[in-house]
Design a binder for this molecule. Structure first.
Ligand code: ZN
Ligand code: ZN
Length: 247
C-alpha cells in the first residue's frame, strides 16, 4: 500500500542528490577549492599540507594539555585546579592549522569544518575522552551577529555527527559583560576577564559529563569559565577539545 509514496520519496531524494551534485560542480567551477596552506587548487587541504600539519604531541599536562616534559600536572594547574578536568587539542596553533582556523573563523570558509572536525573526532578517540553531551563555546552575541555563525557550533555539530553525540548549541550563553579575549594574553588577566562570563540557559545537567568544543585554546581561561557555569548547572565532569592550542 505504501510502496508508491516510498518510491516517490526515493525519486525525490535522488533528484535532490543530483541537484546538489550539480550545484557543487558549479560552485567548484566558479569558486575552485584552494588549499588553505599553499593555495593549490583541488581541495581545501592538499595532501602535502595535510602531511605537514603541526600535531600537538605529548607528553602533556593531564589537565590543561600544554606540552610538559614530565607528563604530570604543570605548575599553573597545580596552583589553579579550575573547573575543567582535561583539555586536549589536535594541533599547535601554527602553520596550516592556524591558517585553516583563520579561514573558518574570519573568511567564512565553513566548508573546512568537516575536515577539522574529523581531526577532533580522532583526537577524542585517541585520548579516550567520552561525554554525555557536547557544548560549543559561545561567541559574543555581537560577534556572532557580525559573522553570521559560531565556528565552534559548526565544529561541534560535525563532531557530534561523527561520534553520534547530542550537541546543545545554544544552552551555554555569554553573560555579555566580558571584553574580547583577543586583546588580553596574560593568563591572570584572561581569568579575571572571563570570570562569570558564561551562564547555563537550559535544563540542569545533573550528574552528566559535558564536552566543550572550541576552535582555539589560548590559556584555557575561557574553557575554564565555561566549565564553571556548566558545573554550576549540575554537571559532574567537564572536558574540552579544540582544533588548536597556543603553546
Ligand atoms: Zn597545500
Ligand atoms: Zn597544566
Amino acid at each position: 500500500m505504501n510502496s508508491a509514496p516510498a518510491a516517490t520519496r526515493a525519486r525525490t531524494f535522488a533528484v535532490v542528490i543530483r541537484v546538489r551534485d550539480v550545484v557543487d560542480l558549479a560552485l567548484d567551477c566558479f569558486f575552485p577549492r584552494a588549499c588553505v596552506g599553499c593555495g593549490r587548487i583541488g581541495s581545501y587541504m592538499c595532501s602535502c599540507c595535510e602531511a605537514d600539519l603541526p600535531f600537538l604531541v605529548g607528553p602533556l599536562c593531564p589537565r590543561c594539555g600544554q606540552p610538559q616534559i614530565s607528563g604530570i600536572l604543570c605548575a599553573s594547574c597545580a596552583v589553579h585546579p579550575g573547573s575543567i578536568e582535561a583539555i586536549r587539542s589536535v594541533f599547535r596553533f601554527e602553520g596550516t592549522a592556524r591558517r585553516a582556523v583563520h579561514e573558518l573563523k574570519y573568511h567564512n570558509l565553513r566548508a573546512i569544518a568537516p575536515t577539522l572536525a574529523s581531526y577532533i573526532a580522532t583526537c577524542m578517540t585517541e585520548a579516550g575522552m567520552t561525554a554525555d553531551v557536547m557544548v560549543p563555546v559561545p561567541l559574543h552575541p555581537s560577534h556572532e551577529r557580525l559573522r553570521g555563525y559560531n565556528q565552534a557550533a559548526i565544529l561541534a555539530r560535525e563532531v557530534g555527527k561523527l561520534h553520534n553525540m547530542r550537541v546543545l548549541p545554544r544552552s551555554l550563553r555569554r553573560a555579555g559583560t566580558s571584553t574580547s579575549q583577543v586583546r588580553t594574553k596574560n593568563v591572570e588577566e584572561r581569568r579575571r576577564n572571563v570570570r562569570g562570563a558564561f551562564r547555563w540557559a537550559d535544563s540542569p545537567l545533573l550528574g552528566s559529563t559535558v564536552m566543550l568544543i572550541d576552535d582555539v585554546c589560548t590559556t584555557g581561561a575561557t574553557l575554564d569559565a565555561c566549565a564553571s557555569a556548566i558545573r554550576e548547572a549540575g554537571a559532574t565532569r567537564v572536558v574540552a577539545l579544540t582544533v588548536a592550542r597556543e603553546v
